[in-house]
Design a protein around this ligand. Structure first.
Ligand code: ATP
Length: 221
């Protein structure tokens, strides 16, 4: 049909998740098109990480539907379409930085025209090719995870607190990567407490409620 809009890259209908019958989030309805970012905001404990883990297929939803490019998101479609950047670096500590990237490319494939060595340079880790991951700082590990993310040939990025442990230059790096990924037809979901600068891209917002509440401080003495 000429002129028909393509389905959203990600479409979520009536998605909900509960633990021990206590609702964590939902039902949620939202969609993200190619070229868009969705900022998932909320206080500590609001359910941001849980939502990303459900979308990535790491936790089962209680109800609802997840579609990727119009198709129900089964395991093999998720594996082809989703890159998940979690709180933990998920790197092999006893392999070098470069070996980790080669390992990931062997598992997931590689973004067209991109090479592990160049990706290391892009995230500011040129010269660390042969350094064991266990010898990298928290921010350097984060940068290596970003290089791995960049190399994955998957259109949908699920980024849980992508700015964590990064200096100002690293925050700019994340924003530039998201911009470039979206320009290439990808999309990204980013969780944030709202304290960080968002990437300068076409952005939708999703705010989750019901997070942790801070009680009044006891009076000293
Ligand atoms: N493994 C777990 N087992 C039981 N409850 C959990 C588990 N992980 C998270 N929760 C609970 O689920 C709720 C949502 O947690 P989640 O980690 O998704 O929040 P968040 O919005 O990502 O928080 P933060 O901003 O602190 O990272 C919280 O009430 C939390 O206590």
């Amino acid at each position: 049909m000429p002129g028909a809009a393509p389905p959203p890259l990600l479409a979520v209908r009536g998605l909900s998740f509960a633990r021990n019958e206590i609702p964590v989030f939902g039902p949620l309805d939202f969609s993200v098109d190619a070229g868009e970012a969705l900022l998932v905001q909320g206080d500590n404990g609001a359910g941001k990480t849980t939502l990303l883990r459900v979308l990535a297929g790491l936790l089962p939803a209680d109800a609802g539907e997840i579609a990727i490019e119009g198709q129900p998101a089964g395991a093999s479609l998720r594996a082809r379409a989703i890159a998940y950047l979690g709180h933990l670096p998920a790197l092999k500590a006893d392999l070098t930085a470069l070996e980790n990237l080669h390992f990931s490319c062997g598992l997931f494939g590689r973004r067209r025209g991109q090479l592990p060595g160049n990706a290391l340079g892009m995230v500011g880790l040129a010269g660390y090719e042969d350094t064991l991951v266990r010898q990298l700082s928290a921010g350097q590990k984060r940068r290596l995870s970003l290089a791995r993310l960049w190399l994955m040939p998957t259109p949908l990025w699920l980024l849980d607190e992508p700015y964590a442990n990064l200096d100002l230059d690293g925050i700019t790096l994340v924003n530039r990567m998201v911009q470039a990924h979206l320009r290439g037809g990808g999309a990204a979901l980013l969780t944030t407490h709202g304290a960080y600068a968002a990437p300068p891209v076409r952005t939708r917002m999703l705010t989750l409620g019901g997070g942790a509440q801070t009680a009044a401080l006891p009076e000293p003495g």
